[in-house]
Design a protein around this ligand. Sequence first.
Ligand code: ARG
Length: 589
Amino acid sequence: MKKILDLITSEVKEAFAACGYDESFAKVTLSNRPDLCEYQCNGAMAAAKAYKKKPIDIANEVVEKLAGGDMFSEVNAVMPGFINIKLEAGYLATYMNNMREGEHCGCEKAKTPLTIIVDYGGANVAKPLHVGHLRSAVIGESIKRMGRFLGHKVIGDVHLGDWGLQMGLIIEELRDRKPELAYFDQNYTGEYPKEAPFTIGELEEIYPAASAKSKTDEEFSARAHEATLKLQNGYAPYRAIWNHIIDVSVTDLKKNYGNLNVTFDLWKGESDAQDYIPGLIKELEDRKLAYESQGALVVDIAEPGDSKELPPCIIRKSDGAALYSTSDLGTILEREKEYCPDWYIYITDKRQELHFTQVFRVAKKAGFVPEDRKMSHLGFGTMNGKDGKPFKTRDGGVMRLETLISDIDTAAYDKIMENRSVSEEEALKTSKIVGMAALKYGDLSNQASKDYIFDMDRFVSFEGNTGPYILYTIVRIKSILAKASELEVQSVGTGDILPAASGVEKDLMLQLSKYNEVIETSFLELAPHKICQYVYELANAFNRFYHDTKIIAEENEKQRASWLSLISLAKDVLTACIDLLGIEAPERM
Ligand code: ARG
């Protein structure tokens, strides 16, 4: 379905052209004075300069041409030359009916679907998921869903950190704890067991212990470095341990991401890029892009227009080790070969911005990807506690994601039980859905690049710009619709939507009409917060309408049927939007 703004714009363009002005002046936007009008066009001001006339004269001419059609109920020229526009209620009602009948409420699929890699999650194997990973998972899942909804082929890759020093640390800690294991017996020639020599519980304890030890124990730290190198060079016993670490860790990660309703198509990691690294280093050297600097191998990435000086990208350290950037370049080569994506989207903490600028530039400079390949880094800010510092547990430790989720579920449970009479069992089930919405909406409603404060009380509140408020609105619509069918109001969801009978009803329709535009823009700008903004405004518009209108008690059957259709459309749009945020609504709450 065409976007409502485009429909209006083309009408206004015609009017400009009919008056002899270039149609490019006919830009229409939502009104920034909703008290005066719904849409506005400021084009007469710009046209005035080009045609050396008074803006108000041009506006008047255009307004005259626009009057009388069936699209607008009001078009006014206002000093100095604004054109204020209101839509005809009948036109808007037709648009609503088309949304109802069209697929996906009028949000069209892309005509040329793109292949898009979304690299998100980014968990590090053997380290428990903590709240820092929450943002990447939640934002990435939303971006993936939006892309798919718009018809693109989106491939989500968790891109595990599975190749770093943490592996050597775990291996050496394991040696100290269980020296009798065959992996540490140099003369062992048999097969290694299929069972991992540790549980996830142990593994999660082993890593922090090893990491702490390496900070004070130089001998241990040197051993860990050596073990990491040996692993990376393919030493069989360590490869076997590594496989166990991956298996145990990935099983646990899948469970944790599953609890967040976050899924990945690919469980690739940094280790998968390793095969590409020698080749890519050689290529960079052969092409004289890489050069030695203080023993390291680097590639310059600075470009003339840069606002600050960007350091070269280090490809290989002086001790011969490859780095995070090298691994990301290797991954790009692999992805080019296997998927040839039109668009790469990486979602990480914004502190990795320089890293991605370096990687993207080297990839283009070296021709690993074509010059026009779209490569985006969506860098997000920090989730802070109420003290404005990075979110921690009460005793100052790193909060585990599992703990955070269970805390918010409890808070949601208390809220549900506060003044409602649902069974304990139902409240428990609902609190998980509501808790998830509170958590995700609390995150996604902020512009990703900004830091935000994790405020449990606010996030679980049923009022204000929160996930639970949106769910509550959907549940309310569901219950009106259910009541209507119970009372056998025969026309639920079948009646045509009639022209709005009140201002609040028209506002609701105007909000609904923005749907396809909002989804498209949110995806192009990688901005889930714009969907949140929209669902909040839409929920408010619905609630105002609902407080003003006796829907089920309405006696005029056509009117009642129209309202039921309208609120059912509102429910469908709200539900589709929250699905794009990775949130679902319960039946009751
Ligand atoms: N594991 C990394 C981290 O914890 C994030 C990985 C992001 N993806 C990538 N291709 N670099 O910071």
